[in-house]
Design a protein around this ligand. Structure first.
Ligand SMILES: Cc1ncc(COP(=O)(O)O)c(C=O)c1O
Ligand SMILES: N[C@@H](CCSC[C@H](N)C(=O)O)C(=O)O
Length: 380
């Protein structure tokens, strides 16, 4: 089955009990057991729920893993994956990650004795040099949030394997439509499904997928033990969103191409961060490992121009955290999504105070561009 067909017909696309073509929402916390002490397929909805199971099967198929797991948020999925490890374990992590992941690492996991070395994942020598005797995994996003940096998944996974270390990739920005890290050698993929997978800014959810049966068994245990599972209503909503991922991504990306072209020609725009630009540092790796370049664009205004005035002047594009929804969203990472990273670390990693991040929606591109144009004109 090809990818777009799989989006629609994957998972348990037909309910085995009723034949319903839309997976029913099994809104039940518990299930009748026909005998005491048997091994019922369904026992309690934290342990397993048929609606969630359909979604989990679908994401496992889309990412080419052996099992998928759905969580109450992307952060919960990332936390569950880190929970595979123990005090004293060391991780190599990408320097540009979502602010909440930075916070989880620095304010939570370090308190439990996890050790981290932060590395620019674009530098393969630095990745290899950061691996220590107690390193258990390399963790990174590609493209990264918010600088759209590209890491070579295949090359990093090769290095990691050589050292007996696992590779964990946050595939939120690319989605499985554009990139399937497990097929490039990664062991675990995580998603904030709140973003493109849900696609409509109406659900907070997280997913994890692995190629390894042993990790899958451990993740199932952790998912049930920690209990940050996705409820049946949100599981249904997310699976419904995923059905149109391909159609949405095609329009998102077409629009992003038009927006980048517009930004390139506006004299008030400074640096543009977009992997589709041929002179962008990660362009050739992105072209190799991604089907297309996504629809996230970061950019800076020319020196002296007021980013706050610009984002507050927009009338169509929402000033809001999050990304990947059908509506265009804009934000200033230093103040919003990456505000939990101390300023000196943010600046060292390349996130300037004035950096603007745009999630290009699927509105008519002329309207998105007209809004950007009128807000830029306010700066003259
Ligand atoms: C790349 C990335 N990973 C993980 C997360 C965390 O996801 P959630 O907000 O669903 O917890 C986010 C955003 O929140 C993100 O942008
Ligand atoms: N205020 C939130 C930040 C949410 S950011 C959501 C998303 N990852 C994005 O990058 O837009 C928090 O502090 O967690």
């Amino acid at each position: 089955m090809k990818f777009n067909t799989q989006l629609i017909h994957g998972g348990n696309s037909e309910d085995q009990t009723t034949g319903a073509v839309s997976t029913p929402i099994y809104r039940s916390s518990t299930f009748h057991q026909h005998q005491l002490g048997g091994q019922p397929k369904w026992e309690y909805s934290r342990t397993g729920n048929p609606t969630r199971a359909s979604l989990e099967k679908l994401i496992a198929e889309l990412e080419h893993g052996v099992a998928g797991f759905a969580f109450s948020s992307g952060s919960a999925a990332i936390h569950a994956v880190f929970s595979l490890y123990s005090q004293g374990d060391h991780f190599v992590v990408g320097s540009d990650v979502y602010g909440g992941t930075f916070r989880l690492i620095n304010k939570v996991l370090k308190r439990f004795g996890f050790e981290f070395t932060v590395v620019d994942m674009q530098d393969l020598n630095a990745v290899e040099n950061a691996i220590q005797d107690n390193t258990v995994a390399v963790y990174f996003e590609t493209p990264t949030n918010p600088l759209l940096q590209i890491a070579d998944i295949e090359a990093i996974a090769k290095i990691a394997k050589r050292h007996g270390v696992r590779t964990i990739v946050d595939n939120t920005f690319a989605t499985p439509y554009n990139q399937q890290p497990l097929t490039l050698g990664a062991d675990i993929v995580v998603h904030s499904a709140t973003k493109y997978l849900g696609g409509h800014s109406d659900v907070v959810a997280g997913l994890a997928v692995t190629t390894d049966q042993q990790i899958a068994e451990q993740l199932a245990f952790l998912q049930n033990s920690i209990g940050s599972t996705l409820g049946p209503d949100d599981s249904w909503l997310l699976q419904r969103g995923i059905k149109t991922l391909g159609a949405r991504m095609r329009v998102h990306q077409e629009n992003a191409t038009a927006v980048v072209k517009f930004l390139q020609h506006d004299p008030r725009i400074g640096k543009i961060y977009y992997p589709g630009l041929t002179d962008f540092p990660g362009h050739s790796i992105a072209a190799k490992q991604m089907k297309n370049f996504g629809a996230m664009i970061s950019f800076e205004l020319k020196a002296g121009l007021d980013a706050k005035k610009f984002v507050e002047s927009l009338q169509l594009i929402d000033l809001a955290e999050s990304l990947g929804g059908i509506e265009s969203l804009i934000e200033v990472p230093a103040v919003m999504t990456h505000g939990s990273i101390p300023r000196e670390i943010r600046l060292k990693n390349g996130i300037k105070d004035e950096l603007i991040r745009l999630s290009v929606g699927i509105e008519d591109p002329e309207d998105i561009i007209a809004d950007l144009k009128q807000a830029l004109a306010q700066l003259d």
